[in-house]
Structures are given as structure tokens and as C-alpha cells.
Design a protein around this ligand. Structure first.
Ligand SMILES: CC(=O)N[C@H]1[C@@H](OP(=O)(O)OP(=O)(O)OC[C@H]2O[C@@H](n3ccc(=O)[nH]c3=O)[C@H](O)[C@@H]2O)O[C@H](CO)[C@@H](O)[C@@H]1O[C@H](C)C(=O)N[C@@H](C)C(=O)N[C@H](CCC(=O)O)C(=O)O
Ligand SMILES: Nc1ncnc2c1ncn2[C@@H]1O[C@H](COP(=O)(O)OP(=O)(O)OP(=O)(O)O)[C@@H](O)[C@H]1O
Ligand SMILES: N[C@H](CCC[C@H](N)C(=O)O)C(=O)O
Ligand SMILES: [Mg+2]
Length: 501
């Protein structure tokens, strides 16, 4: 419990009507989770105007309303109304105040970028746990509060959920935490009041144009996170850890010069963490690294040149929070499998199957290229595109898969409110002269691919990775690519049966 006065102490120019002496318990922007003593922040969203739910929140016991318009008439007497310019920023500020600013007491790493956030965060979390015993993680595949882990519904939770998680981590004795910072999270101020020690940038390629409109706007949203750390360091000395082989990363690093210390990483000459040589086999990779003038040999059980970047990002972030490269490199030799990221799901009769979360053009190209480098006889790729998400990705993902695979099976990947057949049709438009067939049912698509593969072939099932569901307009069903792959491998027809077919 705290006084409303303390909860709003960091708000920017609030216009207050009513008392600030009320005791408050929590803050929420969702009337459905309001309760006795809560502050309700009414946000005008993309779908609905949150001010419609003020009555609902009050019925549930909310004692104050924070929104971007003046007080309405006819409201209960003991209610306090606070008019602010930016309700999402206010939500974040109050959530941090009520939780007691837990991030200030944690070594905090955030990871942003189009691809590689989950991989980087997951690897860094394992490393932090080894070094510190207890460490937290917040991301797409898992939320870990230091004692137990749970599934995540968002990549970056909304501010109240996020601050509560950080509080739990602090109370559980975590020394630090790593979290994924999505562009939606930055734009919606979900992380505005988290004090970061290290801010990692992986890369920027096409995604989320449905939300940001243009690539330039998408990039500026990402940059605003670094800029905020440069402007308000919140009592910390934040370090930016940036992939400067990426053109947007290089631009960020240049713009941050003199404002924030930057650790550059990549294969390029100017990098502080620099890969000199990269080799891989089916079992993993070996990278010769130069870090601050010293050479190291990093061996890790991951494949894909893109993962060399993720590993360098991990080493840079670790360095920024006091874990030396020598320690990080030793730990990464035992790196865990990141669920659904280039996950080898089995081999039978010389056919190997991988499940990967590639759901952007760049990721799909990377995943296919990596598997082609293992020199299979053929690469067969199963993929689809998400409904209610960036539609411009569809022909580009088609081109990437078609160009780097010997055959593709186009299927469904969370059609959401859209017609799956129409999404598939839009993907087909980008396939050009590539070999493909379309099979709407994803389980059947996987089965056909696994059964059609001949010895020496690799099958890639892309797009859903760790997900355990498939979302349709009218229902969400249990669905797991890895389970379907295992089933299909187990039921794979033997060589004799195949001949008879
Ligand atoms: C596009 C997007 O990010 N939307 C988020 C946004 O919704 P919105 O602004 O449209 O809100 P709205 O639905 O119009 O509702 C307005 C307000 O009314 C409130 N409300 C609504 C109903 C009610 O009964 N009572 C009530 O109070 C809502 O809680 C909200 O505060 O604010 C909501 C509340 O914080 C989020 O739940 C919602 O996430 C939706 C579910 C979502 O799907 N987001 C995805 C795209 C997302 O955030 N993805 C990124 C990862 C992307 C990536 O990197 O790949 C993530 O970080 O997970
Ligand atoms: N550094 C990278 N550069 C390019 N592609 C990558 C990189 N790391 C991973 N990928 C590809 O992108 C896919 C998604 O990776 P990951 O889940 O780590 O990213 P993410 O940024 O967390 O994605 P999301 O925003 O959807 O949660 C992987 O399955 C792989 O195909
Ligand atoms: N965080 C990503 C996940 C996409 C995963 C893919 N399976 C899809 O549904 O498009 C998004 O919401 O855009
Ligand atoms: Mg992620």
C-alpha cells in the first residue's frame, strides 16, 4: 500500500482533481483486472477507447482514474481524476513507483532487434544463472522469476506486469535479469521505467510494418529506447551493445557516440568484439574472436552464421554487467538448446528435421541458408505466414524460402481472423518459379514433407518454433511443430513401402 501522492510522484505535469491521500494498491490499464484500491489508466487504444471502461473499473473498486482528458461530470465524490499528456507513460511511471523501482537493484540487460532477441536472451540467462546463481528472464519463450518459470503471452509484458515480475526477481534474490524489448514494447512505453545496464541491438530487417508503417519509423522506435537511456540513465551507467555489421546498428552507434558508451560487435574491422573466423558443422560452431586486443576460441553447440552474432551480443552484454569474456566463452560451450530455434527434432532413415521460429523474410533466408550449408541432398521447407500481421512479409518470405529450398510446402501459421486459403494465395504470389505445393492443414503439411524426404534430405519446419498452439478465427487449438515432426518421423514409411508407392 502507498499513498496516491507517492504513486504519481514521477508523473509529468499531472492535472489533479481530488485527494492524493487515498491508499492505492496497484495500477492497471485493463478494467478487467481492476480491484479495490487500484488506479485505472484509461488508454485510447487501437481497438477501443479505454475511457469506456471507467465505470467498470470503478465498480471493481478503482479509486483513481488517469487519462488524457479532463474530469467527467457525475463521478463519485471520493474519486481522484488525473489528467496527463501520455497515459501509457503514466502507467509505466506509476507501476515502477508502486513496485519500488526494482530494476534499480538488478543488473538489467535488454535485447532489441527484429531477429535474435529470444536466442540472445535465453543464452545470456543461462550464462547469468551460472555466474550469479539466480537470474531472471522475460521473453517470448519463457518468463523466469528466479525461482520458477512460466509461459509468456507477450514478448515484452505491459508495464504493471513487467514491474511486478522485476519485483519478484529482486525479492527472490536475483542478481540480475535479461529481457526482450520488442518495438511494440518500446512504442507503448512498457519499458519506459526500467533502468537498464546494457542495451543490446541485434539487427533490423522487415517486420511489423502493419504497426510501424515504414522501416524508418520502425528503426526510430528502436532508436528511441537507446536515446532514452542516454537522456535519463536512472542512476546507472548504461552501455549499448550493438551489431554494427548491420547498417541500422552502425547508424545507431554513430548517433550515440559521446552520449552512451558503445560496445560494437560483428565481423567488421572496427568492432570491439570481432569475429575473425567462423566454421560450422552439423554439431555446432567454432569462432575465433578478438575482444579488446585478446584472442579467444569460442565453441558453441549452435549452427548458423546469424547465431555467431547472437553469441557476440551475449558476450558483449555479459561484459557490460561484469561477467568477463573468458567466463562467458567457457559457459557458452555448454549453451542450452533454445526451444524451437534451429532445434534438431530427429533423424530417421537419413532424413533430418529441424524446427525453427523463422517468421520474417530475413530469418527464413538465414534458416534455409544455414541448413543448405550442411549440404543436404535437398532442403524441403514447410512454412506459412501469420494472419493479422504485416502482410508485406508474405511474398518476401515466399521468395526467401523458394530461393534457398529445393521444394517448399506452404501451409498455415496462426491465420487468426484471416482466411487461411487467402493467406496461402498471397504467399504463392511470391513463389515465382520455385517448386512448391500448398497444404492448408499444418499437421498434414509436415507429414507430407517428412514422408516425401529421401535419405540425405533435410526438412525445415519454419515459423512456429516453441509455440504450442495454432490460432484460427473461431478457435485456438493445441499444436506443436516438434510433436508433429516426431509423429511424422515415427510413422515414416520404410524404404520398401516407399518404393511400392
Ligand atoms: C498492437 C498492440 O500491441 N496492441 C496492444 C495494445 O492494445 P491497444 O492499444 O489496441 O488496446 P485496445 O485493445 O484498443 O484497448 C484499449 C484499452 O482498453 C482496455 N480495456 C479493454 C477492454 C476492457 O474490457 N477493459 C479495458 O480496460 C485495454 O486494456 C487497453 O488498455 O495495448 C494492449 C494493452 O496493453 C495490449 O494487450 C495489446 O497487445 C495485443 C494483444 C498484441 O497482440 N500485441 C502484439 C502485437 C505485441 O505486443 N507483440 C510484441 C512482440 C512483437 C515481436 O517482436 O514479434 C510483444 O511484445 O509481445
Ligand atoms: N541474429 C539473427 N539474425 C538474423 N536472424 C536470426 C538471428 N537470430 C535468430 N534468427 C532467426 O530468427 C528467428 C527468430 O529468432 P529469435 O526467436 O531469437 O528472435 P526474436 O527477435 O526473439 O523474435 P520475436 O520478435 O518473434 O520474438 C530464428 O528462429 C532464426 O531463424
Ligand atoms: N511475435 C511475433 C510472433 C510471430 C510468430 C508467427 N508464428 C506468427 O504467428 O506470425 C508476432 O506477433 O508477430
Ligand atoms: Mg522473441
Amino acid at each position: 500500500m502507498m499513498k496516491l501522492r507517492d504513486a504519481i510522484s514521477q508523473l509529468h505535469r499531472p492535472l489533479i482533481e481530488g485527494t492524493l491521500e487515498t491508499e492505492v494498491t496497484s495500477v492497471t490499464a485493463d478494467s478487467r483486472t481492476a480491484g479495490p484500491g487500484s488506479i485505472f489508466v484509461a488508454i485510447r487504444g487501437q481497438e477501443v477507447d479505454g475511457r469506456r471502461f471507467i465505470d467498470d473499473a470503478l465498480r471493481k473498486g478503482a479509486v483513481a482514474v488517469v487519462t488524457d482528458s479532463p474530469a467527467e461530470t457525475g463521478l463519485p465524490e471520493n474519486l481522484t481524476w488525473i489528467h496527463v499528456g501520455d497515459p501509457r507513460a503514466a502507467l509505466s511511471s506509476m507501476a515502477a513507483q508502486i513496485a519500488g523501482n526494482p530494476s534499480a537493484e538488478l543488473k538489467m540487460v535488454g535485447v532489441t532487434g527484429t531477429n535474435g532477441k529470444t536466442t540472445t536472451a535465453y543464452l545470456l540467462h543461462a550464462l547469468m544463472r551460472g555466474a550469479w546463481h539466480r537470474a531472471g528472464m522475460i521473453g517470448t519463450v519463457k518468463i523466469d522469476d528466479g525461482l520458477s518459470s512460466a509461459e509468456a503471452s507477450h514478448t515484452t509484458p505491459d508495464a504493471p506486469a513487467l514491474q511486478n515480475l522485476l519485483l519478484r526477481m529482486r525479492d527472490h534474490g536475483c542478481r540480475g535479469a535479461v529481457m526482450e524489448v520488442s518495438s511494440h514494447g518500446i512504442d507503448q512505453k512498457r519499458v519506459a521505467d526500467v533502468a537498464f545496464d546494457a542495451l543490446v541491438f541485434t539487427n533490423l530487417t522487415q517486420d511489423h510494418l502493419d504497426y510501424h508503417g515504414t522501416m524508418a519509423a520502425y528503426a526510430e522506435t528502436k532508436f528511441s529506447w537507446f536515446e532514452a537511456a542516454a537522456l535519463h540513465s536512472k542512476g546507472k551507467k548504461p552501455v549499448a551493445v550493438i551489431n554494427t555489421d548491420d547498417a541500422v546498428g552502425e547508424d545507431f552507434a554513430e548517433r550515440l557516440e559521446g552520449r552512451l558508451p558503445v560496445i560494437r560487435f560483428g565481423f567488421g574491422l572496427r568492432n570491439e568484439i570481432r569475429a575473425l573466423d567462423f566454421r560450422q558443422s552439423a554439431r555446432g560452431m567454432e569462432i575465433k574472436l578478438e575482444i579488446g586486443g585478446k584472442q579467444y576460441l569460442l565453441r558453441a553447440p549452435l549452427i548458423g552464421r546469424f547465431n555467431a552474432y547472437n553469441l557476440m551480443g551475449v558476450i558483449g552484454a555479459a561484459k557490460a554487467v561484469g561477467i568477463p569474456p573468458r567466463v562467458a566463452i567457457a559457459a557458452l560451450a555448454e549453451a542450452p538448446q533454445v526451444p524451437g530455434r534451429m532445434e534438431h527434432c530427429g533423424t530417421r532413415d537419413g532424413v533430418s528435421v529441424f524446427v525453427d521460429y523463422a517468421h520474417t523474410p530475413d530469418a527464413l533466408e538465414n534458416a534455409c541458408r544455414t541448413l543448405k550449408e550442411l549440404e543436404p541432398k535437398r532442403l524441403i521447407t514447410v512454412f506459412g505466414c501469420g494472419g493479422d500481421r504485416d502482410k508485406a512479409k508474405r511474398p518476401l518470405m515466399a521468395r526467401a524460402a523458394g530461393r534457398f529450398s529445393d521444394a517448399c510446402i506452404i501451409t498455415s501459421d496462426n491465420p487468426r481472423s484471416e482466411d487461411p486459403a487467402e493467406i496461402i494465395r498471397q504467399i504463392e504470389e511470391g513463389m515465382g518459379s520455385a517448386r512448391y505445393r500448398s497444404v492448408e492443414d499444418r499437421a498434414e503439411a509436415i507429414r507430407i514433407a517428412v514422408h516425401a524426404a529421401a535419405p540425405g534430405d533435410i526438412v525445415l519446419v519454419a515459423g512456429k518454433g516453441h509455440e504450442t498452439y495454432q490460432q484460427f478465427a473461431d478457435q485456438t487449438i493445441d499444436f506443436d511443430d516438434r510433436r508433429e515432426v516426431k509423429r511424422s518421423l515415427a510413422a515414416r514409411p520404410g524404404p520398401e513401402e516407399r518404393k511400392r508407392r
